[in-house]
Design a protein around this ligand. Structure first.
Ligand SMILES: [Zn+2]
Length: 322
């Protein structure tokens, strides 16, 4: 088989390929310390059972690997039965020869956003360019509604926390389907706060000198963060909701893993602390989502919501804050 990172969001180092077995590493790039994102494509010459093992740290999430046989259009979870988290190995049965894409988590890319926008009736959302990324990519700003109260929702300050953007899409579908219910509000959404990191497949988390989520303040270095700050100061949101899902898996709480939307950004919270006078409202949202998913054995929302300055509520939050 052949393995490479030449796909949107690609990230892998091939250490060794021996027949149907591959030894792989993650590309850390400008991330300080270790992190767990990877995404690659494999081309199989023949049908059969293949195994992929990651070196140097935790790499396999609670649902196994995410798998796409149609070049990223649709994804399924490989499942725990095909994963050995102790060995950091996942297996894949290739029914035919050909190309398969694998990722640590179900991705959400520019192409998914474009498809979502194209699927909605024309005029549902107003879309414009928030800014250009450092590499010149267009960064989206979506607006919905014209109520007096602004709500600003952002995802991907940590570029590979893709479940947050799946959740954002769900929110936007909800408001578009029930305009009367949300008539008091104007929604602003920035789906890709680190657009380059998303498409290039960076870890994003703990970038040097600091990552996008820690960039808020007078000396911001990322154009997306500067633009989000300007937007927030202009529209003065009653609720600022920055979604994260920083967990790969957790022994203390199986509900905490990378496959869920989990928590709220700390940096943006410090900058806009006034919005967090409404933190009880944020907590209600989390509680509501938890209720919706109650009884699902793999959990959908992590234990305690963590909100900015109050995030140091337990040891886990300190160790791996959003
Ligand atoms: Zn995060």
């Amino acid at each position: 088989m052949r393995i490479d990172n030449q796909l949107p969001g690609g990230n892998v180092i091939v250490q060794q390929i021996d027949g149907h077995n591959a030894l792989l590493k993650r590309e850390l790039r400008d991330t300080a310390g270790n992190w767990f994102y990877w995404k690659f494509r494999a081309e199989f010459d023949e049908p059969g059972d293949y195994a992929f093992t990651f070196l140097e740290g935790a790499s396999i999430g609670n649902r196994g690997a995410a798998v796409s046989v149609d070049k990223g259009k649709t994804w399924t979870w490989g499942g725990v039965s095909e994963a050995d988290k102790k060995a950091e190995t996942f297996r894949h049965h290739a029914a035919t020869a050909g190309e398969v894409w694998f990722c640590v988590c179900v991705p959400y890319m520019q192409s998914d956003w474009d498809e979502f926008m194209a699927s909605m009736p024309e005029g549902t959302f107003h879309c414009e360019e928030l800014c250009r990324s450092r590499k010149g990519r267009s960064v989206e700003l979506l607006t919905w509604g014209n109520g007096p109260k602004a709500i600003l929702v952002t995802t991907r300050h940590h570029c590979q926390e893709s479940m947050a953007t799946h959740s954002l899409e769900g929110m936007l579908r909800e408001v578009a389907a029930n305009p009367f219910k949300y008539k008091e509000y104007t929604f602003y959404a920035v789906p890709f706060a680190d657009k380059d990191g998303v498409e290039d497949g960076d870890q994003g988390k703990n970038r040097k000198p600091h990552d996008h989520a820690r960039d808020y303040g007078a000396n911001a270095i990322y154009p997306e963060v500067k633009a989000i700050m300007a937007l927030a100061y202009r529209v003065k949101p009653v609720l600022l909701f920055d979604m994260h899902c920083p967990w790969l898996r957790g022994p203390t709480d199986p509900g905490r893993h990378h496959g869920v939307f989990d928590r709220f950004g700390a940096g943006i919270a410090r900058e806009f602390s006034a919005s967090f006078e409404r933190r009880h409202a944020v907590r209600r949202i989390v509680e509501h989502v938890r209720e919706l998913h109650a009884g699902q054995d793999d959990g959908h929302v992590g234990g305690r919501p963590s909100m900015g300055a109050s995030r140091a509520v337990d040891r886990d939050s300190v160790r791996e804050s959003a």
